[in-house]
Design a binder for this molecule. Structure first.
Ligand code: IMP
Length: 189
C-alpha cells in the first residue's frame, strides 16, 4: 500500500466518480478528498470548456489544489450524440432510449471522453482520456453508474457495469486522464 504523501480535492457530487478517481490516485501516493458539490454546468460542445468553467466555479472555495472532471459518451452511428449532453440525455432518454436509437445500427463504435481540470493558486491544467469501445445490444451488469451497462471497452467482453471498480479503471477514460494528471502532479510540487 503506497504512503499517501500528497493530497488534492475533487469537487463532484458523483460518488462513483470519486471512488474511481480515489482508486487511481492512491496508486501514485495521492490522497483524494471529496468536496460534495454539484457544480453548475454550462452547455457547450467542448468538454474542456465545460470542465474549465466548473473548475472556475469550484476554485472560489479555499480547498486547494482541486480537480473537477467532465465526461461524455460519443456514439459513432449517432454522429457523436449524446457527447457533451450525456448527463441530460441519461436523465431524459436513459439507457433504454439509447438502446432504441441504436436498434438497427450495425456500427456499434463509441467512445467515452473525459477531461480532468486541475487548479491550484498558481496553475490551471487539463488532462484528457479516451476509452474506445462498443455499445452493447442490451444493458448488462449492475456496477458503476450512467451508461456503464451498455459500454464494452475495447479489449474486453464485459460492459463497464459487469466489472469491478479496479477493472473499469484499467480501461476507463477517467482513469486515463487521471493517470496523466497524477504523473504531472508528482513531478510538480
Ligand atoms: P458528467 O457531466 O461528467 O457528470 O457526465 C455526463 C454523463 O455521462 C453522466 O451523467 C453519465 O451518464 C455519463 N458518464 C460519464 N462518465 C461515465 C462513466 O464512466 N460511465 C458511465 N457513464 C458515464
Amino acid at each position: 500500500m503506497p504512503v499517501l504523501s500528497k493530497s488534492v480535492y475533487f469537487a463532484t457530487s458523483n460518488k462513483h466518480k470519486f471512488n474511481e478517481a480515489r482508486d487511481v490516485l492512491k496508486n501514485y501516493g495521492i490522497e483524494l478528498r471529496m468536496i460534495n458539490r454539484k457544480v453548475e454546468e454550462i452547455q457547450s460542445e467542448n468538454l474542456e470548456k465545460i470542465a474549465l468553467h466548473a473548475l472556475k466555479k469550484a476554485l472560489i472555495s479555499d480547498k486547494l489544489p482541486m480537480i473537477v472532471e467532465d465526461a461524455g459518451l460519443f456514439i459513432n452511428a449517432l454522429n457523436g450524440f449524446p457527447g457533451p449532453y450525456s448527463s441530460y440525455v441519461h436523465k431524459t432518454l436513459g439507457i433504454d432510449g439509447i438502446i432504441k436509437l441504436m436498434r438497427r445500427k450495425d456500427d456499434r463504435d463509441a467512445e467515452f471522453r473525459s477531461v480532468v481540470a486541475f487548479g491550484s493558486s498558481s496553475v490551471v491544467k487539463t488532462y484528457q482520456g479516451v476509452a474506445k469501445g462498443k455499445i452493447a445490444r442490451k444493458p448488462r451488469g449492475k456496477s458503476g453508474f450512467g451508461f456503464d451497462p451498455i459500454f464494452i471497452p475495447k479489449g474486453s467482453k464485459k460492459t463497464f457495469a459487469e466489472m469491478s471498480l479496479e477493472d473499469k479503471n484499467k480501461y476507463s477514460h477517467r482513469a486515463i486522464a487521471l493517470r496523466k494528471f497524477a504523473r504531472w502532479f508528482l513531478k510538480n510540487p
